[in-house]
Design a protein around this ligand. Structure first.
Ligand SMILES: Cc1cc2nc3c(=O)[nH]c(=O)nc-3n(C[C@H](O)[C@H](O)[C@H](O)COP(=O)(O)OP(=O)(O)OC[C@H]3O[C@@H](n4cnc5c(N)ncnc54)[C@H](O)[C@@H]3O)c2cc1C
Length: 423
């Protein structure tokens, strides 16, 4: 099906659901309270759907430090010059005015799961009956020797969108003629499996126009990556000889950096580079760990039918912070999971009807002008995990008209998901 904004909303609204039986909130208790930590793809969607669909029957508070959320999705297109920066920024005004969400711009710094409270950096404490946690990712300390967060201005990660994204684009523009752009790609599992390779495509697209003798070097710890054949075909066709990927068989898994000297060492061989995009290994956003919701993997196990935490039935975890079975860490996934959880939470708190869980995902990537590719699947819960029930992927050798249509589909999806998140 060709996705546009209207049918994206229809498809994903029907996907909201869970199997667990609702336990209706006791009337004596007063209005039930839901606190949502994190106003991204998972949290903003959940806040909107719980507040909007319960028509004032549930008090919803969203805790999010930033006043403007810059989407990681389409941030690569900003780097490639296909979007302006303002177009990927979104504010929370409508969630407050149109949906009645109490939007608190602050950091959650602690969760007391016995007392059912969340403490905020500003000093306030919020009580909840149900807590939704969707804090995205944080980086694993020491995963790229030589790099830590204090080096992010010299060697940006740009894996959380905002100033980091603008910095990376500025560094690409300032590269000397014939210079070297390097990326340290992350190990699995990480946010947005095709994201590093879409980024490489967008960087190559810019450099081909502004600095055609420049080189791109990828140090990659993974044997293979998402949509690999499609990306490699595109790189060969559009950016011949520009991109060199060093996988684990040639030391791409044995990397360190020296940000002061702008050096990247791959298996002991030191390269001088002009830009170094370090995307470290990832784990659930720190607050999930502090709340005791993670396991040894660094991510949060969930109940596949509802997105409830396996650690606490009063807590739901969404998006990149979770172990979501076959679902990748994507904005589409987080949005889809948020609708399942919202349906389950409303059922538990107000007795509204709860539908069987269905999830969906599609990840589009742009290689160069009008050359869009995609991969996606639908999912249902089993006892063990969220399992894929059917999938699709673009093919190599597709004609230009189909690739253009795929790109246009992604533009419709972006408009749809951001309207779905922020109202
Ligand atoms: C370059 C790139 C390209 C991408 N492209 C796509 C794409 O094309 N399609 C797609 O579907 N996905 C894409 N993604 C992935 C997508 O951005 C994430 O999977 C998605 O944002 C996950 O949603 P989330 O709610 O888990 O986390 P986020 O959207 O990151 O939201 C987390 C929010 O929690 C807040 N937060 C964190 N800690 C706290 C705290 N202690 N207290 C309060 N708030 C807190 C943060 O400020 C943040 O706003 C891309 C990612 C990258 C990096």
């Amino acid at each position: 099906m060709k996705l546009n904004r209207r049918n994206f909303l229809a498809v994903t609204a029907g996907a909201a659901a869970t199997l667990s039986a609702p336990t209706v909130w006791g009337a004596a208790h007063g209005k039930p309270k839901v606190v949502v930590i994190g106003g991204g793809a998972g949290g903003a969607t959940a806040a909107r759907y719980i507040a909007g669909d319960s028509d004032g029957a549930i008090d919803v508070t969203l805790v999010e430090p930033t006043r403007t959320y810059y989407t990681c999705f389409f941030s690569n297109l900003y780097i490639g010059g296909f979007r302006d920066f303002a177009s990927i920024g979104h504010s929370y005004g409508k969630l407050a005015s149109d949906y009645g969400v109490n939007v608190v711009h602050d950091w959650a710094i602690g969760v007391d799961r016995d007392a059912k409270t969340v403490s905020l950096a500003g000093g306030a404490t919020l009580s909840y009956d149900v807590l939704v946690v969707s804090p995205g990712i944080d980086f694993v300390d020491g995963s790229v020797p030589g790099w830590d967060i204090s080096a992010q201005n010299k060697m940006p990660h740009s894996w959380k969108a905002g100033s980091q994204t603008q910095l990376l684009r500025a560094q690409i523009d300032a590269m000397p003629e014939g210079g070297v752009y390097a990326m340290v790609a992350p190990p699995n599992p990480y946010r947005c499996p095709p994201g590093p390779y879409e980024r490489i495509s967008m960087v190559a697209h810019v450099l081909k126009q502004t600095n055609p003798t420049a080189k791109i070097l990828i140090a990659d710890p993974k044997e293979k990556f998402s949509k690999q054949g499609l990306f490699e075909e595109g790189w060969q066709n559009h950016f011949t000889g520009m991109i060199d990927r060093i996988g684990p068989d040639f030391g791409g898994n044995n990397v360190s950096v020296n940000p002061d000297a702008m050096e990247l060492s791959i298996d002991g061989v030191v390269e001088k580079v002009d830009v170094c995009n370090v995307i470290p290994a990832q784990k659930a956003g720190r607050i999930a760990e502090m709340a005791g919701l993670t396991n040894d993997s660094g991510f949060c196990p969930i109940v596949p039918a509802s997105m409830q935490s396996q650690m606490d039935e009063n807590v739901y975890v969404l998006g990149d912070a979770t172990i979501a079975g076959d679902m990748p860490k994507s904005g589409f996934s987080a949005n889809s999971q948020a609708k399942v959880a919202s349906n389950a939470i409303r059922g538990a708190l107000t007795g509204s009807r709860v539908f069987p869980a269905k999830y969906a995902n599609t990840c589009w990537s742009l290689i160069t002008t009008d050359d869009g590719i995609k991969v996606g699947a639908s999912y249902e819960p089993t006892e063990e995990k969220i399992a894929s029930t059917g999938s699709f992927v673009s093919q190599t050798g597709e004609d230009a008209a189909l690739r253009k249509a795929t790109y246009e589909e992604s533009i419709g999806w972006y408009a749809g998901i951001t309207a779905d998140m922020f109202g």
